[in-house]
Write a protein that binds this ligand. Sequence first.
Ligand code: ATP
Ligand code: MN
Length: 463
Amino acid sequence: MMKRVKIKEIFSNPKLNTTYVVKGWIRTHRSIKDVHFLSLNDGSTINNLQIVINEKEFSKDLIRNLTTGAAVGIEGLLVESIGKEQSVELLAKRIEIYGLCDSKEYPLQKKGHSLEFLRTIAHLRLRTNTFGAIMRIRHTVSFAIHFFFNQKGFYYMHTPIITASDCEGAGQMFRVTTLDLKNIPYTKDGEVDFSQDFFGKETKLTVSGQLEGELGALALGEIYTFGPTFRAENSNTPRHLAEFWMIEPEMAFYDINDNMDLAEEFIKFIIKYTLDNNYDDLKFLNDKYDNELISRLYNVLSTNFERITYTKAIEILLNSNEKFEFPVFWGTDLQTEHERFIVEKYFNKPVFITDYPKEIKPFYMKLNDDGKTVRAVDLIFPKIGEIIGGSQREDDYNKLLQRIKEMNIPMKDVWWYLETRKFGSVPHSGFGLGLERLLLFITGMSNIRDVIPFPRTPKNAEF
Ligand code: ATP
Ligand code: MN
């Protein structure tokens, strides 16, 4: 056969009366008298190419094997279609079957499987329209992230996945060890003897690349990380994964307002880029799952995100007539119900909340002059909740040292971080954006397990 052409390419520039070779998987096969119609998908687009087969030109055996799910190559002539559903179709001249598909066993025969069921067949769900669309969008978003930062002169920095410090304070961590669990070495005091472990010390999977990212920003100016992060919290919610991908820009000479400006520009860029490049996929998801999806995306592009302080947020909550499950008072961490009220009912748009009480935030956030609040910023999105957590970082050596002592953080874990405040410290800021949280918003899906190919959650690491 000739060289394969992707179906997306044919649709974007169809040359009639030209011979093409396409290769992909059969979605459906129907027939009218002695004419057979396949809809073929090759993953390049959500749109299927219709293949028209004249029964007389092929063997009965071959035609019988053209079942849903089978992998085939077709050489044929592209012609205008008489049917209303498609503009062009391919008249098959040669057919090659790469892989048969047993229709009695293939689980994707019928349409309308639930998302729950599809999670149990994650090895095959990628072949559905829904997951094809989501994965193509996930690719576009990932590409757009690199594109955005590259064009702004940020450097992509690879921070370690295995870490010896557990002071990031972002959550429970997974242990990394080569010790024999059936024969653990102990010290005289009865503690596990990590000096015999692979790294000679206790190691974990990272929950964030931020601390190392800051080291990069204090040398290269503006950097970003984009990699997997791990949290062993037992939070079985539709918004938490044990393994997720995080984007963490870190910028020298940025204050908290510059940080918010960047976050807003960044998110709008990604959404616009996805609308420009994956409209077909978004339209499919819009029509199937969430009729307001596309209008919601356009709304975000045209709105200025709200910016309020934590203290103002508490005031809004106290003055509302809502009945909340968790009590509202200055000093408490905002619960999801509080954030949703502010974002969905009060402002009805994305909201940055800044200047949280220092007690509920990590040690590295810059202390405000009031001595009570820190220059933290969370970005809360409608329907999703927190999508970004960030801050201006404490750049004052003595203040940072004091916070480290107050919070009993072992100096052996953070001495190198603290040293950067001694050698040419500068005001700097950064934030962390969860890729899958952003994808929930962009795809309109409601469970985070459906925007990553193979989700890792408590009691689930299949595939
Ligand atoms: P949450 O309060 O929602 O659990 P967090 O405050 O622990 O999040 P951060 O430590 O600020 O989150 O992490 C930065 C970003 O990473 C979050 O804003 C969110 O987008 C994402 N994120 C955090 N935890 C998870 C998780 N378990 N699964 C997926 N994304 C996450
Ligand atoms: Mn957070």
